[in-house]
Design a protein around this ligand. Structure first.
Ligand code: B12
Length: 567
């Protein structure tokens, strides 16, 4: 029996039975288009509550469904025993799945309470309480302590009206909003030992499958380390921007973890994994002093895992030099979004191509392992022509840096949803957007559409959703050919990707015709072809993986440290 079971739903339930051409919506993240990755915060919640004396279990339903096509979700949920079930609706892409999983929980456990949380739940909290199977929504980016209080009052049969950040229904069914008052400006009490917490849970429940964060994780065990909650920047399309945090998560100030805590996480991961570690959030946001301190500690720690770092703008040469001394073969990620600095500025990023190219030159010169450069389709002021010019610019970069194999150029669509809470979503006219879906239910239904083109929740003044889809495919096609031309990817692999995209385009066309005619039955007949295309792996996924050799996970070592022999 658990006090709390945390469930992660697939984007759509049951995706295995639906005919949906997903498109390149998740090609630039480690998860598949089912978005099986659960919010990392679930591990933080679980560890904090366990430390407070509660028994918590995480079950990645989406992951289990992906791994085993016969996995019986209802049977699995029926067997679970808990007073409270938590379901994340962090990413809006889970709008359909999260509510459907809540329904199944209530079907088999009518007396248990169902609580939803995460960024999208915090945004759509009123909509959520309209579904009878959802009892509570817990708002905020830091729910560990409010959840502890919720479990406490439920156990003691007391009223929930004292629990901060909670939205609930009283006996008459009217919605009650407790004060949104728990927004900590110090988070040193959480994420203290969450990596080992996860491993302990695997042993306790003898259930590795439910905890794996994404489908390919055992083969490619990349882990993440968080540096902050909140953000100092205001990218127009981002639902995790400074303004979004202020407005919907009530966080007025970004809270940073200390260099010591970040370094402790990295050390802790090194005990069970040799896989790459992604340090999330530009460490320069911590301030120069703290960023330097972190690098000094890491240098002393002699980190063996390859480190990946993201930067929000080009860092100075000194920083890169120091980084290379600390983290040999590090990987750097930057997202200029467009080649055009005017468009980049309209998206909320303020640096020139000269600055970026200087950074690329410096990063290569100091001996980085790789530099990833991300461009996006669907940003303000961007036309189809401009997207293709971005590919021209990629060619310019490959020319300038003589096809250096350490440069990875990536392009993807802003899809399937423009983030709720982002400036563009909240003030569409100002930023040239047209919002096509507003309520949670509209988003839920759109996720069931047979192609990602009809799922998109936005258009821009410069591109409608058909153009966004068409130009994305065209640009990826050309970029793929370009990479093959410069020897960045093998010709055979490029041909396979070109074949995959061309087949996807044919299917898109057929689905479009049938959809317009209202012939939904014939769309169903395309399921085998659609499933085949969905299952083909995009080349970008391979490009984004770092080589990690053998001995990636050191299970025995982690078991050893759990037994207390080593620490
Ligand atoms: C790191 C990150 C990622 C990582 C994932 C890490 C992970 N597994 O959590 C990667 C790069 C893989 C990623 C992918 C995606 N991301 Co992202 N990501 C972020 C980022 C930059 C930081 C998140 C963070 O720091 N979390 C801190 C951890 C510790 O806390 P947490 O997980 O949020 O959990 C806390 C609360 O949210 C809450 N909570 C969460 N779940 C639950 C559940 C319950 C029951 C309760 C009560 C509470 C609760 O309590 C937790 C603990 O306090 C944010 C932007 C930002 N500044 O926050 C975007 C962000 C969350 N991502 C976003 C998006 C859109 C995506 C993608 C859909 C993009 C795409 N199309 O591929 C995918 C989804 C992948 C998937 N699910 O399979 C949007 C979400 C907008 C929205 N409302 O939908 C954000 C806001 C901004 C952005 N555009 O990047 N992302």
């Amino acid at each position: 029996m658990s006090d709390l079971v945390l469930l992660h739903a697939p984007h759509v339930y049951d995706f295995r039975k639906k005919t949906i051409l997903y498109g390149p919506v998740s090609d630039l993240v480690p998860a598949t288009p089912v978005f099986e990755m659960y919010p990392f915060g679930l591990t933080s919640i679980a560890e904090y509550l366990e430390r407070s004396g509660f028994r918590v279990r995480i079950a990645n339903i989406a992951g289990r469904m992906l791994k085993d096509k016969n996995f019986n979700v209802e049977k699995f949920i029926k067997k679970l025993r808990a007073d409270v079930f938590g379901i994340d609706l962090h990413w809006l892409v889970h709008a359909h799945g999260a509510v459907e999983i809540a329904r199944l929980v209530k079907k088999y456990h009518p007396k248990a309470k169902v609580v939803l949380g995460g960024f999208s739940a915090s945004y759509f909290y009123r909509d959520l309480l309209g579904y009878p199977e959802i009892d509570y929504v817990m708002r905020g980016d830091s729910t560990e302590e409010p959840l502890r209080q919720l479990l406490e009052v439920i156990k003691g049969d007391q009223s929930v009206e004292t629990v901060p950040n909670l939205i609930w229904k009283d006996n008459a069914g009217s919605i009650k909003e407790n004060p949104f008052s728990y927004v900590p400006d110090d988070i040193s009490h959480v994420m203290v030992d969450h990596y080992h917490g996860v491993i302990r849970s695997v042993f306790r429940h003898r259930d590795l499958g439910s905890i794996i964060p994404f489908k390919d994780w055992l083969r490619y065990p990349v882990t993440a380390v968080f540096t902050c909650r909140g953000c100092n920047h205001n990218c127009v399309i981002c639902g995790g921007s400074n303004t979004a945090f202020r407005t919907f998560l009530n966080r007025q100030k970004t809270v940073f973890r200390s260099p010591q805590d970040i370094a402790r996480d990295i050390r802790s991961i090194g005990k069970f994994s040799r896989g790459p570690i992604f340090i999330l959030g530009d460490i320069r946001q911590l301030g120069d002093e703290c960023a330097n301190e972190l690098l000094d500690i890491l240098a002393r720690q002699k980190v063996k895992n390859q480190l990946m770092l993201e930067v929000f703008n080009p860092p100075p040469t000194d920083f890169l030099r120091k980084l290379s001394r600390t983290a040999e073969g590090f990987c750097l990620e930057i997202s200029p979004e467009s080649h055009d600095s005017v468009i980049r500025k309209a998206a909320g990023k303020y640096y020139s191509n000269e600055e970026m190219e200087q950074m690329i030159a410096d990063t290569l010169a100091v001996g980085c392992g790789r530099i990833d450069i991300f461009f996006m389709v669907g940003i303000p002021e961007q036309t189809p022509q401009s997207v293709m010019q971005t590919v021209d610019y990629c060619q310019h970069l490959l020319e300038k840096f003589r096809g250096d194999k350490r440069i990875t150029l990536l392009l993807g669509p802003l899809a399937p949803f423009l983030d709720p809470g982002s400036l563009a979503f909240e003030q569409p006219q100002k930023y040239g957007y047209k919002i096509l879906l507003n309520t949670l239910e509209e988003h839920r239904q759109a996720l069931l559409a047979p192609s990602w083109r009809y799922t998109l929740n936005y258009e821009t003044k410069w591109m409608d959703r058909h153009q966004i889809m068409d130009i994305t495919y065209e640009a990826i096609l050309r970029l793929t050919r370009l990479k093959a031309e410069y020897g960045l990817i093998p010709k055979k692999v490029a041909e396979k990707q070109v074949g995959r995209i061309n087949t996807a385009l044919e299917l898109e066309k057929r689905i479009g015709e049938l959809w317009r005619d209202g012939n939904h039955q014939d769309i169903e007949l395309l399921k085998p072809q659609v499933d085949k295309i969905n299952a083909m792996r995009a080349i970008e996924r391979d490009e984004l993986e770092l080589s990690i050799g053998t001995g990636r996970l050191r299970y025995l070592s982690s078991l050893w440290s759990l037994l207390g022999k080593r620490n």
